[in-house]
Design a protein around this ligand. Structure first.
Ligand code: CA
Length: 224
């Protein structure tokens, strides 16, 4: 059974989430404070953590940093804050995803499943298949609907970066760091130019992308 650690001080939200998640077959451990959550984390060894940002004893982002210091467990942040700066900070601090309250539990469960799947990385060399798109990491070949798509090395690197985090948001900073290296001095406008090129090659209607979706002010998400 998938073990969930829910760190949230609002007992109302905890109860609601526990009931809905247990119906979906998850086992839910609850914690109302950051320090208690960190302590329980070590005992419970959860498969996924749901983390509220506004906790009574410390900011959720501090809890996230503490967890990330020695664990790659998927962490989904639950927040009432939804400014771009906050979200970018969270994702760069290692959150896998975030949901802005109020959210619906079906969406939460869908995001949890994506996060859980990514905690077991695909075997190196096995092709990624996302709908009609197929990316063979070993031969660096990309096909769409069986037809070969020709990509430049930079386009390929960006696509591989988004595909390896499929379903999740990847920030501008994360993509730039992965593709060009942290010191490269690239900016998000330049990245947008490459994304537009990729859309022309991959999307049926590049102006209305279905696979490479913009998360305004934050980054991009490859839809699955
Ligand atoms: Ca709270």
């Amino acid at each position: 059974m998938t073990q969930v650690l829910l760190i949230e001080d609002d007992s109302h939200i905890r109860r609601l989430l526990r009931i809905s998640l247990e119906k979906q077959g998850f086992h839910v451990h609850e914690s109302a404070r950051g320090d208690d959550g960190i302590q329980r984390f070590a005992g419970v060894k959860p498969d996924v953590v749901l983390l509220d940002l506004g906790l009574p004893d410390q900011d959720g982002i501090e809890v996230l940093r503490t967890l990330r210091a020695n664990s790659q467990v998927p962490v989904i942040v639950l927040s009432v804050r939804n400014t771009e700066g906050d979200i970018v900070e969270l994702l760069n601090a290692g959150a896998d995803d975030y949901l802005v309250k109020p959210f619906n539990t079906a969406e939460l469960v869908a995001r949890m499943k994506v996060a859980l799947r990514h905690s077991f990385p695909p075997e190196l060399g096995s092709p990624l298949e996302l709908g009609k798109l197929r990316i063979d990491l070993r031969s660096r070949s990309v096909t769409m609907d069986g037809r070969e798509v020709r990509l430049t090395p930079t386009e390929y690197s960006i696509l591989r970066c988004l595909a390896s985090h499929a379903g999740r948001i990847v920030t501008h900073e994360q993509i730039i760091g992965e593709v060009w290296g942290a010191q490269a001095g690239q900016d998000s406008n330049n990245l947008r130019v490459y994304i537009n090129q990729l859309r022309k090659k991959l999307e049926r209607e590049p102006s209305r992308p279905e696979a490479l979706v913009t998360e305004p002010g934050i980054g991009y998400r490859m839809k699955i």
